[in-house]
Ligand binder design. Structure first.
Ligand code: HGY
Ligand code: MN
Ligand code: MN
Ligand code: MN
Length: 411
């Protein structure tokens, strides 16, 4: 049986072309939200959306939309597809970008085939999904879903002291449309898995039915700078050592709990950051995640208790700032079933799964029936230039998205 297919060469060519935008002299790809590299990637995407004959809209938090609508269907709530094109530091080329470009590809394939959809179809590229420069992550879709007031989002100060609102103005993506202007009838996000499950178990498609909770905190530990050579160990208020204890505590606590929780200390800064000075300050971030809200709360509480304990034991003072907190989300079972049905019809092995990573779908699920489709990540690697997904898997995922969308818009 023959199935409609997206234009594989066009999709993969665009993924690779966008993946070249924002590389530094060493070839490292970084397009942090609001940066000049982000602007260049956005401009490229907008040019493709315009060339496809879609209406382009940019809202006040910089979310980009390509809208395919007709006289007949413009009164209906749209089907929204999309993801993000901002990246982490030294990123791969598929995270987020694959979902946005596959969404555009699905629309262009339907247009090329002369399909007249009963609903508008929209491709969205949400601002600052990664949250590396501006926290929280998934910020653009969070504002879009009404989870964060626009003015608070625009006032967000980045790790480099910049203001998100000013940066969006500077790169020409501070739009004039109110976020949330299009309330989706449904939202479907195609994304690389960014984990090892599909490849390890031999599946081509992940029908994602839920997404784990996320807790981001910044911890600042203040001790006393002192001489590394003359200060006896028992007389130290060593902020650096206290910080090291936090990482070990989290790993041992999770190991004892036998839970699927994960904890990451991804950034760490010492002051004065000198080889022979006991650190007076350690500032670091803690990323905690768990599919179960109660367990995530219990992990946060265990960390808070441990921080009190080591404050006393190490003679340091500790302050904590909450950067982001998202509850686990369950997706729409009807859309999940449609993903499985398409995979089955196409002879693709699929399995239901939880997303370990945060995604814009986590936010849009607050305002519309939502689900995600995953394709395998080679060796489960992501947020790393070695991130890779085989072309056949990229095309298979986009074709499943095509089927799901076509079912949603056919009368
Ligand atoms: O951290 C995350 O999972 C998301 O990619 N920002
Ligand atoms: Mn992503
Ligand atoms: Mn990511
Ligand atoms: Mn993500």
């Amino acid at each position: 049986m023959s199935f409609p297919s997206i234009d594989a060469a066009r999709l993969i060519g665009r993924i690779r072309e966008l993946g070249e935008i924002g590389r530094d002299a060493e070839g490292r790809l970084t397009r942090l939200a609001g940066s000049d590299n982000d602007k260049a990637g956005r401009n490229r995407l907008v040019a493709w959306i315009e060339a496809a004959g879609l209406d382009v809209a940019v809202d006040q938090i910089g979310n980009i939309f390509g809208i395919w609508r007709s006289e007949e269907n413009s009164g209906e709530a749209p089907i929204m597809l999309g993801s993000h094109i901002d990246t982490v530091i030294n990123a791969g080329i598929y995270d987020g970008c694959y979902g946005v470009l596959a969404a555009l590809e699905v629309i262009e394939t339907l247009k090329d085939r002369g399909v007249t959809p009963a609903r508008p179809i929209v491709v969205a590229a949400f601002t600052n999904e990664e949250g590396v420069r501006f926290a929280p992550d998934m910020l653009g879709s969070l504002v879009y879903a009404g989870g964060l007031p626009l003015d608070a989002a625009l006032a967000t100060i980045g790790t480099d002291g910049s203001s998100l609102g000013e940066e969006l103005e500077r790169i020409g993506y501070a739009g004039n449309i109110e976020p949330g202007f299009l309330k989706p009838h449904a939202y479907v996000e195609l994304h690389i898995e960014q984990g090892p499950v599909l490849q390890r178990e031999g599946f081509s498609i992940g029908a994602v039915e839920n997404l784990q909770g996320i807790s981001w905190q910044r911890v600042t530990i203040d001790g006393v700078a002192n001489h590394a050579g003359t200060t006896p160990m028992a007389m130290r208020s060593d902020a650096g050592l206290a910080a090291a204890r936090v990482g070990l505590f989290l790993r041992e606590h999770i190991a004892r709990s036998n839970a699927p929780s994960v904890a990451t200390i991804g950034t760490m800064r010492f002051e004065p950051d000198a080889i022979n000075v006991i650190p007076s300050r350690a500032a670091f971030t803690v990323d905690l995640r768990d599919p179960d809200e109660d367990r995530l709360q219990a992990l946060e509480a265990a960390l808070a208790d441990f921080l009190v304990r080591i404050g006393a034991e190490e003679g340091v003072t500790i302050s904590v700032e909450r950067l982001a907190r998202f509850q686990p989300v369950a997706f729409d079972q009807g859309i999940v079933a449609a993903v499985e049905a398409s995979a089955k019809a196409r002879g693709l092995k699929s399995r239901r799964m939880t997303s370990g990573a945060g995604h814009d779908a986590q936010m849009i699920a607050r305002i519309a029936p939502t689900a995600m489709i995953f394709v395998p990540s080679r060796d489960g690697i992501s947020h790393n230039p070695r991130e890779h997904t085989e072309p056949d898997d990229l095309v298979a995922g986009a074709n499943v998205l095509l089927d799901v969308v076509e079912r949603m818009v056919s009368g």
